[in-house]
Design a binder for this molecule. Structure first.
Ligand code: GLU
Length: 418
């Protein structure tokens, strides 16, 4: 697992410091931009199916709201402690600013491993948690969305719990089922955005994606949609993984079969041994032979012990905070292009912005329009970041943070925070 380096919040603040120094951010901004505006920790007590009572811990961190209402997902994970949620809230601030959408950054989490829990238990956690943090939420205040181990159904329960207290409020969460006001295209948006960004990167560097090989760690919502869109572009996906492990096939995997397998409730690992498919571990996937590596699962998977062995020439960070600062340094020194999380996975929150705007206007876009607008935002953000990085001779992460910080600092100044 992760070697002990910096905590997630320290790591994000290190990325912040490097970018802030580059743009010579004035001292008076540091405190307000590096700390959270508000952090809440709540009890989430529920009755389990066996009749026992358990109390989980939930958090919502609102990092910075200078540019608009707080926005960010909610994750259910045993490691979703306050430090991690704080780090991820800060990433949301820079991500929303970089995408130039009118939101600040937030994140939520409940420290629970929902795998193996019944849907009723997960629903009970969701409703309790939502009501506990509901005082901080609002269509113009803070709008949650899915993240690790949460999905459209979770958002439906959150919307229902909130609406039960405050009246019908579809715009209180994004990433809802389409039947409840979700936007057609939102579910695919994060994975699709990853592919749009990769296309922009290939175009800029002259790389022929058609002959490239891709490895994807994680086959959840983000990884599986990225794989499907890559397959549609005839790009070869050679490795994928899920919580049970990974698979590799030199000649490329059949993404349709992977999707059917997972939709049938099985693991991608079940395909190992068939059709020339080898079993590999999640760890091995990160250093397997490929041109493009897409970590699309958990955080801190690329670090000082394995970054030196990565064989890809491009890393596209579909997960949040998949690379530690030490790992990042090694990848940079080795000349591996890292497209950072705040840029690469920004399609998710951008799609959320479209959904929120549609809910407020009570007008639904066609999916084609959604995808067209998403592509515009992703390619514009990529080009701005790449131009900044090239102009200043810095890695894309520093450029992405620098652009985000400049925008938030300007808003903070105009509003009189500093
Ligand atoms: N959880 C996603 C992220 O980390 C989406 C957040 C949102 O849509 O608010 O970007």
């Amino acid at each position: 697992m992760t070697p002990a380096e910096l905590s997630p919040a320290e790591a994000v603040n290190e990325f912040f410091d490097e970018a802030a120094e580059l743009i010579r951010l004035k001292d008076e901004f540091y405190e307000v931009l590096k700390t959270s505006y508000r952090e809440i920790s709540v009890q989430v007590p529920i009755r389990m199916d066996d009749g026992s009572e358990r109390v989980f811990r939930g958090y919502r961190v609102q990092h910075n709201g200078a540019r608009g209402p707080y926005k960010g997902g909610v994750r259910y994970h045993s490691q979703a402690d306050l430090n991690e949620v704080r780090a991820l809230a800060s990433l949301m601030t820079w991500k929303c600013a970089l995408m130039d959408i009118p939101f600040g950054g937030a994140k939520g989490g409940v420290m629970v491993d929902p795998l193996g829990m019944s849907p009723r238990e997960v629903e009970a956690i969701t409703r309790r948690y939502t009501l506990a943090i509901s005082y901080l939420l609002g269509v113009q205040r803070d709008i949650p969305a899915p993240d690790v181990n949460t999905n459209a159904q979770t958002m439906a329960w959150m919307m229902d719990a909130y609406s039960g207290r405050y009246g019908y409020t579809p715009a209180i969460v994004t990433g809802k089922p389409v039947d409840l006001g979700g936007a057609p295209g939102r579910e695919q948006a994060t994975g699709r955005g990853v592919v749009y960004v990769l296309e922009s990167a290939a175009k800029r560097s002259g790389m022929d994606l058609g002959s490239a090989t891709v490895a994807i760690q994680g086959f959840g919502n983000v990884g599986s949609w990225a794989a499907r869109d890559l397959a549609d572009l005839d790009v070869k996906v050679v490795a994928v993984s899920d919580v049970n492990g990974g698979i590799y096939r030199d000649a490329g995997l059949d993404v349709r079969v992977l999707v059917e397998t997972v939709q049938g409730g099985r693991s991608v690992v079940d395909l190992a041994g068939t059709d020339g498919i080898d079993a590999i571990s999640n760890e091995e996937l990160l250093t397997c032979r490929c041109d493009v590596l897409i970590p699309a699962a958990l955080g801190e998977v690329l670090h000082n012990e394995n970054a030196g062995d990565v064989q890809a020439s491009i890393v596209v960070e579909a997960a949040n905070h998949p690379t530690t600062p030490e790992g990042d340094k090694i990848l940079n020194e080795r000349g591996i292009q890292v497209i950072p999380d705040v840029l690469a996975n920004g399609g998710g929150v951008t799609g959320s912005y479209f959904e929120w705007a549609m809910n407020i206007q009570q007008f639904r876009w066609k999916e084609d329009r959604f995808n067209e607008e998403l592509r515009d935002v992703m390619s514009r953000s990529f080009d701005q970041t790449a131009a900044f990085a090239e102009g200043r001779g810095v890695p894309m992460r520093r450029a992405a943070f620098a652009i985000g910080i400049e925008r938030v600092a300007r808003a903070a100044r105009l509003r009189g925070y500093v």
